[in-house]
Design a protein around this ligand. Structure first.
Ligand SMILES: CC(C)(COP(=O)(O)OP(=O)(O)OC[C@H]1O[C@@H](n2cnc3c(N)ncnc32)[C@H](O)[C@@H]1OP(=O)(O)O)[C@@H](O)C(=O)NCCC(=O)NCCS
Length: 182
């Protein structure tokens, strides 16, 4: 495999449309709690608003020849972003700083998994997140049934914090100093 990793600007987010929609369908296929919540989740309702609301965005795509086969999307956002009409994702008082980091979307096509691509994208995302001196709390939200992803993040130094929305989402978190040790 001759794969190329490319950081893209948020203006080019459109190139992630198909993979983002595949990710939502994949998560729905794994889910067994409140599965219907996925019905309204797609590129337009998840990635576009997320990018618009965030203060900083980081998108990396992986290409095999000219075909995009995976991507990761991370952002820095005000912590209040995570308390809204949909859910309160975490106790805002548990975060000392104004902003938090989030690895928000992550998807690699099945035939490209288990070759280290995910680890490379994960490391690039963490390096980017760690670059913000005033951010020390990082979050990842894993939908129910996606045990593979949960274990992947745990091996990378994230820990399960709590569940929200009746177990629809598991909140994982990490602090800057934990990732330095991982
Ligand atoms: C979660 C996901 C991003 C991980 O990506 P990946 O490319 O499979 O990740 P990696 O290959 O780096 O690592 C996965 C495992 O593959 C194995 N692996 C990695 N490189 C390998 C290689 N060269 N040869 C053999 N096995 C290898 C390892 O067991 C590794 O486990 P480790 O983390 O203990 O090292 C990917 O499985 C995925 O896209 N899943 C579907 C979507 C999804 O669940 N997204 C997350 C939403 S929260």
């Amino acid at each position: 495999m001759n794969l190329v990793y490319e950081v893209i600007s948020e203006e080019k987010m459109e190139v992630c449309r198909d993979l983002c929609n595949e990710l939502m369908a994949f998560q729905k296929s794994k889910s067994h709690i409140r599965t219907e919540l996925f019905d309204s989740m797609n590129f337009e309702t998840r990635m576009v608003p997320s990018i618009k609301k965030a203060i900083h965005n980081f998108i990396v795509v992986v290409k095999d020849a000219d075909r995009i086969v995976g991507y990761v999307y991370s952002n820095i956002s005000p912590k209040e972003t995570y308390s809204n009409e949909f859910a309160t994702f975490f106790d805002l008082d548990s975060v000392r700083r104004k902003n938090v980091g989030c690895l928000s979307q992550f998807y690699i096509r099945e035939e490209y998994q288990k070759h280290g691509v995910g680890s490379t994208l994960f490391d690039m995302s963490m390096e980017w997140l760690k670059g913000f001196d005033d951010v020390e709390d990082y979050f990842i939200y894993v939908s129910n049934g996606n045990y593979n992803a949960l274990e992947f993040y745990k091996r990378k130094g994230f820990a399960v914090s709590h569940d929200i929305l009746d177990g629809f989402i598991t909140v994982l978190r990490s602090k800057k100093e934990d990732l330095r040790r991982a």
